[in-house]
Design a protein around this ligand. Structure first.
Ligand code: C5P
Length: 430
């Protein structure tokens, strides 16, 4: 069978390529109630630009029909190794050779045990065994009851599966269809999609530890009021996701925002600038990249009231005194690790005009090798942005695009600078 091109291959506006454009995925279903989520997963893969060939075990067919998955994938589903639709009657060879990855979701405990022993008595296990191991990666999303998940045999099998070169995507935790609560739920389709996209991303930051600040800070006036700003955190969260996709170990220090945590990113929630500084300081020495996207409040009330400040009937507004907040980026850029060139610091500047001049001035003031300028009113709260990268060599414009696309480009730019001149991590040269 020849590969069809997914008509959604480029973005809805015809601009940015979709995350899985050009990828052909075999989606394998083994038997488990999580098969109901495989329908959503199939849809999500298609929407992300992939073409999908569904293969189901006999047990999977007890939970969901091939008709549903054929309708969603736009291709006939394969369920048997004896399928005579293939001219040479070798579906296991043909279907595995043309795929960019085999994704088994859900993977039952029984199916995993089968993989472990190299058994091949149904089409899906046959394909997993027959695939060229160095060309067609195998990713698995386990789904099983919590006791089955915790069983030593299952845990032993995970270790062996990993050693055999499969990528085990992990499981979710919570309420299970059997009525019990614990580990073993299949990841949600969006989470599996995020992991699959990350799997294919070039690992330009492999081995790096990236620390990112994001979102606004909140500076308390009294227990119910405070000073904050409209930063959504979207840019910083996108950078954390892109850095993880690029193979880095990522810690995200977030002010009060409602963004979902990117997969595989360790998140620390803080409120005030001082808390953000503490969280960052504790981790900066172990990091190799620091990206400060947070919109940190410049000032905080000098003496927040322990009680709610009430109107006293005089018509007089309360007098608030302010203290300047620490500059987290400048502090980290002065640290021993940054000065020694072990920590590459990246700052952001939200300007309203004269982007290049203001960004360069800020780069020198904060003593960082790379400063990323953007026009504040054009980006706050939005999904799109345009960036101007300013370093000692000059400036590079990244035209308007989604924040995730820009974050991926920025990650590549950071990796290129670190690879080209590790000493660039030192304080900015004028
Ligand atoms: O000085 P300004 O706020 O314009 O600088 C912006 C850059 O500095 C951003 O990277 C921001 O995250 C960082 N910053 C900081 N701590 C502050 C103020 C800004 O880390 N107190």
């Amino acid at each position: 069978m020849t590969n069809q091109v997914n008509p959604l291959g480029s973005g809805p506006d015809g601009g940015e390529a979709l995350d899985l454009a050009g990828k052909h995925i075999v989606l394998g279903l083994s038997g488990g109630i999580a098969c109901y989520k495989a329908a959503e997963l199939c849809r999500a893969l298609i929407k992300a630009g992939a073409t999908v060939q569904v293969v189901m075990t006999e047990a999977a067919e007890q939970f969901i029909t091939a008709v549903t998955l054929q309708a969603l994938s736009g291709r006939p589903v394969y369920t048997s190794q004896w399928d005579s639709r293939e001219d040479n009657n070798m579906a296991h060879i043909n279907l595995s050779r043309e795929s960019d990855a085999i994704l088994v979701a859900p993977m039952s405990a029984d199916f995993m045990a089968k993989l472990l022993h190299g058994r091949a008595d149904d089409l899906l296990s046959l394909m997993c065994l027959a695939r060229p191991i160095d060309k067609v990666p195998l990713l698995v999303a386990p789904a099983m009851n919590r006791e089955m998940y915790a069983h030593p045999a299952t845990q032993r099998n995970f270790v062996q599966l990993d050693a055999d070169g499969a990528t085990v995507l992990g499981v979710g935790s919570g309420f299970q269809a059997c009525g019990e609560t614990g580990d073993g739920r299949m990841l949600e389709p969006e989470q599996i999609l995020e992991d699959l996209v990350a799997f294919f991303a070039p690992k330009v930051l492999a081995g790096q530890r990236v620390l990112v600040t994001a979102g606004p800070t909140y500076e308390a006036i009294d227990p119910v009021r405070g000073i904050t700003n409209l930063s959504s955190g979207k840019m910083g969260f996108a950078i954390a996701r892109a850095a993880r996709e690029a193979g880095a170990e990522v810690t995200l220090v977030a002010g009060p925002v409602t963004q979902p945590t990117p997969r595989g990113v360790s998140r620390i929630d803080v409120r005030s600038a001082q808390q953000m500084l503490e969280a960052v300081s504790a981790r900066a020495q172990a990091a190799s990249v620091f990206v400060a996207t947070a919109a940190v409040a410049d000032w905080r009330p000098a003496a927040p009231s322990a009680q709610k400040i009430k109107k006293d009937g005089s018509g007089q507004a309360p007098q608030l005194a302010f203290t300047e907040n620490p500059d987290i980026l400048a502090t980290v850029a002065q640290s021993a690790a940054a000065q020694a060139g072990r920590l590459f610091c990246v700052g952001f500047a939200a300007e309203s005009q004269d982007l290049a001049e203001n960004a360069e001035a800020k780069r020198l003031r904060k003593k960082v090798p790379l400063l990323v300028g953007n026009i504040g009113p054009d980006t706050f709260g939005q999904d799109h942005n345009a960036l101007l990268l300013v370093d000692a060599q000059g400036s590079t414009a990244l035209p308007r695009a989604s924040k995730l696309s820009l974050a991926r480009q920025l990650v590549r730019e950071i990796a290129a600078r670190m690879a080209a001149a590790p000493s660039q991590a030192k304080a900015a040269a004028p």
